[in-house]
Design a protein around this ligand. Sequence first.
Ligand SMILES: [Fe+2]
Length: 315
Amino acid sequence: MYNFLDSTEARRGKHIIWAANRSVMENIGFTRRKSGKKSRSHWDLFLRVMRIFEFLLKITGNYHKGYGNAKNIKVNELSLKYPNLPDAFNGFRILHLSDLHIDSIPGFTAMLIEKIKPLKFDICLLTGDYRRDRAGSFNHILKPLKILSKYIQAPSGVFAILGNHDTYLMAQYEKESGMELLVNESVEIIREDQKILITGTDDPFDFYTESALICLETRGYDFKIAMVHTPEMANWASANKYDLYLCGHTHGGQICLKDGFPLISHQFEGKKFNHGLWNIGKMTGYTSRGAGVSGIPIRFNCPGEITIINLINGR
Ligand SMILES: [Fe+2]
């Protein structure tokens, strides 16, 4: 069971204002970062460089290996202990999905479903990037998302945020896709009269607004989870006493050297945020390597992942 902090009317009003802002940012082709940096997107240039890299992989016979790696999604399971976790949430299992880019590889939805089917979880949290491209049509991903949604339904709900590959226009299909979209807002998850709070922001990598800061200024809960596409809001979430911060975006590098060192991570917060567990103060963060791929459909030394996080009450 869950309960949004804002009324339906208030949420609708906020979403309309957010969509108007987001549409301007998407259409002028400038990115806006938390650092205040505002610049033209370099994605097209990056893609051109990737095409050359793809060509080199093909002529050296390495492309198929990388493509096979991209289809080999790992299930990561971890347990996190918190002394302040309400008793009713002891053993609460989160399915964390990130960076599905569900249209990057033919048949990818079926591959994901095969991995998810045997898993037991109480809630599903999706931290953005549902399509391959950053612009253009997204109609072709609605059907696969709808099919996937049947397998990720959970007693405490399915909550999603947008990434930098997503458009505000997707918001109108949230119900159809079987997900509740969190746009700079919070929802209470209720179990046996006890509550935890989940806050989801809009993507701060390309579409940062102060609303992403403000929505994290929450008080009055024993346990709080932040969902943000990138690690960029982690310091602020920690300062506002969030316990768990879930993000993705980096794909763990997607193409890494043998020791796991990424050639490119698309984040500027520091090496520790590239993938896996990290801490800021008492807050634990987790950067998913993501299930899918973008740019070119390959992975090296960096498998895609879906994650089960088991919350435990303890020290
Ligand atoms: Fe992504």
